[in-house]
Design a protein around this ligand. Structure first.
Ligand code: PMP
Length: 305
């Protein structure tokens, strides 16, 4: 599913067959979850080119995640972006999910390392939560306390929390989990951020107990471009149950509407929601070739940057 005998990965400066790529079993990443990674998508654009969406933001977040965990990051992000395009080419992928992982050397102790290693993998992946509306269950697992981890880093070990929450939700018959922060406010899904719609306005939890999602940022930019009010604010369970509509967003999930929270159906028909409009705009944006677009608020941004 992820690779076959013809697949290539980028491994520490070289392109090697995925089946020949090796690591040792003595590293801090394998034993302790002490590593950082990214989840990035490449799309076939409207003009038939393959473009990695917001590649700079993703590799800069990877660099920042490494810094937050005191991991050496000796690479130029441009070098890693170039390697990612090469991995797509070598694997004949025009649209794909790209997964760079920065991992630690052999070290069973807790002390700092002198070096880090990097692998970049890519494979075809459909939207991770599917394209239908989903049901969401409140998780009995809280997001980790931000004073226990560097939660703004996309660190391997944080995902034990995500895996437990997601498995529990599925065992309870839901499509995905929603986790709360240590104070009982809504945080995020195991691998996506959340937005609520109420009275024509959008609301999303503030940074602190969530991963600062690049898609979340794109949604905020699209909302501003549309002239909609969008707020980062602490949200309760009741806010969600009283919302008109809601959606998850993330690179892998893209924009996915939520029809049901626990046993409660959200009232606004998805097609009439702000989320549905954002979903269409997002789908167009990620397939645009790199070009200047003008926003109504007079700012000029480069898409795909
Ligand atoms: N939260 C978590 C815990 C995630 O793993 C992800 C996916 N990276 C997101 C949010 C969404 O982030 P992004 O939009 O940058 O993919």
């Amino acid at each position: 599913m992820y690779f076959n005998e013809n697949s290539f990965v980028y491994l520490n400066g070289e392109f090697v067959k995925a089946r020949d790529a090796k690591t040792d079993f003595f590293g801090q990443t394998m034993h302790y979850g002490y590593g950082v990674f990214e989840g990035i998508r490449a799309y076939l654009t409207e003009n038939g080119n393959t473009r990695i969406f917001k590649e700079q933001q993703h590799f800069l977040r990877l660099q920042n995640s490494a810094r937050l965990l005191n991991m050496p990051f000796p690479w130029d992000v441009r070098e890693l972006i170039g390697a990612s395009y090469e991995v797509l080419k070598l694997n004949d992928l025009t649209s794909a999910y790209i997964r760079p992982l920065v991992y630690a050397p052999a070290n069973m102790g807790f002390n700092k390392n002198e070096e880090s290693f990097v692998v970049i993998e890519a494979w075809h992946m459909d939207p991770f939560l599917g394209e239908k509306l989903i049901s969401v269950g409140f998780s009995s697992f809280e997001r980790p306390n931000p004073r226990a981890f560097r939660l703004e880093a996309k660190a391997c070990g944080h995902y034990v929390n995500s895996i437990l929450a997601s498995q529990e939700a599925k065992a309870n018959g839901f499509d995905e989990a929603l986790l709360f922060d240590k104070d009982g406010f809504i945080a995020e899904a195991p691998g996506a951020n959340i937005f609520l719609e109420k009275d024509g306005k959008l609301y999303t939890p503030p940074l602190g107990s969530i991963l600062p999602g690049i898609t979340r940022q794109t949604v905020l930019e699209l909302a501003s471009e549309n002239g909609w009010d969008a707020f980062e604010s602490r949200l309760t369970k009741e806010d969600l149950l009283n919302a008109d509509s809601a959606f998850f967003c993330g690179t892998a999930a893209e924009i996915v509407g939520i029809s049901k929270v626990e046993n409660h159906h959200l009232p606004l028909e998805w097609n009439k929601s702000l989320g549905a409009k954002i979903q269409k705009q997002y789908s167009r944006l990620v397939r645009k070739d790199k070009e200047k677009i003008s926003l109504k608020n007079k700012k000029t941004v480069f898409v795909n940057e």
